[in-house]
Design a protein around this ligand. Structure first.
Ligand code: SF4
Ligand code: MSK
Length: 641
């Protein structure tokens, strides 16, 4: 049975014990059963790219040092790594494509259940593509913007237009290195081509294509996902809500939306307010309809509507274990196949909705934007009908829930910092220049049973804010920070250094700012670009005193995200190493030499406090290069000179 969690929030610890008591197998059990995991896979030196293999390289140098075709450890590890980038970039970018398609349908369908919510953002994106906006109907502009963004996926000439949102100097770096992305789909396809048997053998050249593909994700597909979502569902603004399993309600119909895309979850949130549906729920003995989110779908509707978050990636099974989830509806990404067997132990109805993500034996209600309200109603009615099927003796909701503020964006947060009506990054840049803030860090990403659940996220974030480093967060790190009370303004007084505390108390900000879902890491990129253009901190992202981290990374998306931050000039640190340690050359390249090529580099460190110190050392190095003033207040962490 699952090991005892020692660091995690109390609700998760309680539910893991409940799983053990009920002999229900969950993710930690399956992780333990999988030990020892394959050493060749961990080191990245097994290959099954053709049927002369599978091949593996002996890491001790005694056995084979080349596959049947002659590929060595460097080639095999690099090929495997960039295939992870291709998987991650594909997931993000296909999400972006779907939202852009929805935008097109909204533009073309006068009866659409969706509308353009943020005209200002629509016009801003139109500007990037040179689309005229003056005197034009919103839907006409939306149609042109949708077509222009969709064209980015299959562009046959030139390079991605949307990537010109990056600072000019950064674009020049990419052009000089030959990694300016040409088309989103093309870069992913080219990875698959180059890594086919007998194509690209040069590990540095393979990584170059990995960089170009990752850029086409962060400054392409993910950015399109975020911008199109803001246009359709509204650009978020700071909003209060609650998080953790305690947001589930014993006396209401609980419907959890899980996955990544906002299209269905947003409409479910709206339709759940329908009086007839609420009356129907009451007739079944419930006091209302409670919508809660899981993973990044949670972040999407939290950011825009303040819908409570039930949990992060590793809590998806734990939510069902409460016995109170009447329905869990999933779209795409980070859905554990095990949801099906765990939900079979309870009354929970599990519903898949995307033709891209079905589960054997699980009911499928296919989602189509042109029937959004009808489908959302059917799903909610199914949840209501299932409410009476709860087994009263098998119900337990842990009491823990925590308040939070989310809804920060590259637009809103710095309006906030600059005062209500001044959309400027000046106060942020000045705070760093004056030494009130040491710098900023993006701490993002998944949860992983291969480390002590939540310790990496929380200890790292606390160490950074203690040392006057403003933290921005997305994905499951954001949910974890929320559960541990770090997304409240009061957290600044408890955990932040004096300089960060002053800033937070002046404007009422938490010391950790929730910027959204995984695709919204693009908001971090745009924030960095805006800090550069505000001036005073160099002329490229690689000059800034910033760093990035994903302490508990798990998915291929995290690999793509890490690579696009490195490609943007950011020092990026993760807990468990990338699966490349069987190639010393590749390790040396991506953790050292690549910095000369692109300005950013990777680092691996399992100890979260030591990882934070490495980030702070990097931030200090950048402060020194910029000749910034010494820190205003004494810092807890002082690296030896
Ligand atoms: Fe083996 Fe080369 Fe085929 Fe990979 S591509 S499985 S290393 S023969
Ligand atoms: S949901 S990709 S576990 S952050 Fe975006 Fe969380 Fe990672 Fe999925």
């Amino acid at each position: 049975m699952a090991k005892d969690l020692t660091y995690a929030d109390k609700a998760s610890r309680t539910m893991v014990k409940r799983a053990a008591d009920g002999s229900i197998e969950i993710v930690w059990d399956r992780y333990e059963a999988m030990q020892p995991q394959c050493g060749f896979g961990t080191l990245g030196i097994c290959c099954r790219n053709c049927s002369m293999g599978p091949c593996r390289i002996d890491p001790f140098g005694e056995g084979p040092q080349a596959g049947v075709c002659g590929a060595n450890a460097d080639t095999i590890a690099a090929r495997n790594l960039v295939r992870m980038i291709a998987g991650g970039a594909a997931a993000h970018s296909d999400h972006g494509r779907d939202i852009a398609h929805t935008l097109l349908k909204v533009a073309e369908d006068p009866e659409s259940d969706y509308q353009v919510k943020d005209e200002e953002k629509l016009k801003a994106v139109a500007g990037i593509y040179g689309i005229k906006t003056d005197g034009r109907d919103v839907k006409e502009i939306a149609g042109d913007v949708a077509r222009a963004t969709l064209a980015e996926f299959g562009r046959q000439e030139g390079t991605l237009r949307i990537s010109t949102m990056a600072p000019e100097k950064r674009q020049k770096v990419w052009q000089e290195l030959g990694v300016m992305p040409r088309a989103i789909d093309r870069e992913i396809v080219e990875i698959m081509h180059r890594t086919h048997i007998g194509v690209d053998t040069d590990y540095k050249n393979i990584i170059k294509q990995g960089l170009r593909t990752a850029i086409s994700d962060g400054w392409g597909g993910s950015l399109i996902a975020t911008e199109a979502s803001d246009i359709l569902f509204g650009t978020p603004n700071p909003i209060r809500s609650t998080s953790n399993l305690g947001v589930l309600k014993k006396d209401q119909v609980n419907l959890i939306v899980h996955g990544h895309e906002p299209t269905l979850s947003d409409i479910i949130a709206v339709v759940s307010q329908d009086k007839d549906l609420i009356a129907k729920a009451e007739k079944k003995g419930a006091k209302g309809i409670n919508i809660a989110g899981m993973c990044c779908t949670a972040n999407e509707i939290l950011m825009r509507r303040g819908i409570p978050v039930a949990g992060s990636f590793l809590q998806q099974e734990l939510a069902i274990l409460t016995g109170t989830v009447d329905l869990m509806v999933v779209d795409v990404q980070c859905l554990m196949p095990a949801l099906s067997s765990v939900s079979n132990c309870f009354h929970t109805e599990l519903i898949t909705t995307s033709p891209k993500a079905k589960m054997p034996g699980v009911r499928h209600i296919e989602f189509h934007e042109d029937r959004a309200v009808k489908i959302a109603t059917e799903i909610i009615e199914t949840a209501i009908d299932n409410f009476p099927n709860r087994n009263g003796r098998n119900i337990f909701i842990p009491g823990e829930k925590e308040t939070l503020i989310a809804g920060f964006t590259s637009e809103s947060v710095f309006k906030f910092l600059g005062g209500k009506y001044r959309g400027t990054y000046r106060p942020l840049n000045d705070g760093i220049i004056a030494g009130r803030l040491r710098g900023a860090a993006g701490v993002v990403g998944c949860s992983n049973p291969n480390v002590e659940y939540e310790e990496g996220h929380i200890e790292m974030v606390k160490e950074l804010i203690k040392n006057d480093t403003l933290v921005v967060t997305t994905g499951c790190n954001a949910i974890t920070c929320a559960k541990h009370g770090l997304l409240k303004p009061e957290a600044a007084f408890k955990y932040a250094g004096k300089g960060l505390q002053e800033i937070c108390s002046t404007v009422g900000l938490p010391p950790v700012l929730h910027l959204g879902s995984c695709v919204d890491n693009s908001r971090i990129l745009i924030t960095l670009a805006n800090v550069v253009s505000e001036g005073g901190l160099g002329d490229d992202i690689s000059d800034l005193p910033v760093a990035g981290a994903a302490p508990e990374w798990m998915s291929e998306k995290a690999v793509s995200i890490g690579f696009y931050f490195v490609a943007s000039g950011v020092y990026t640190i993760i807990g468990h190493p990338l699966p490349i340690m069987g190639s010393q050359n590749l390790y040396k390249y991506i953790t050292e030499e690549i910095e000369d090529d692109i300005g950013g580099k990777w680092a691996f460190e399992l100890d979260p406090v030591e990882a934070a110190h490495k980030m702070l050392r990097h931030i200090d190095k950048k402060r020194k290069a910029l000749k910034l003033k010494p820190m205003m207040y004494e810092q807890a962490f002082k690296p030896e000179e």
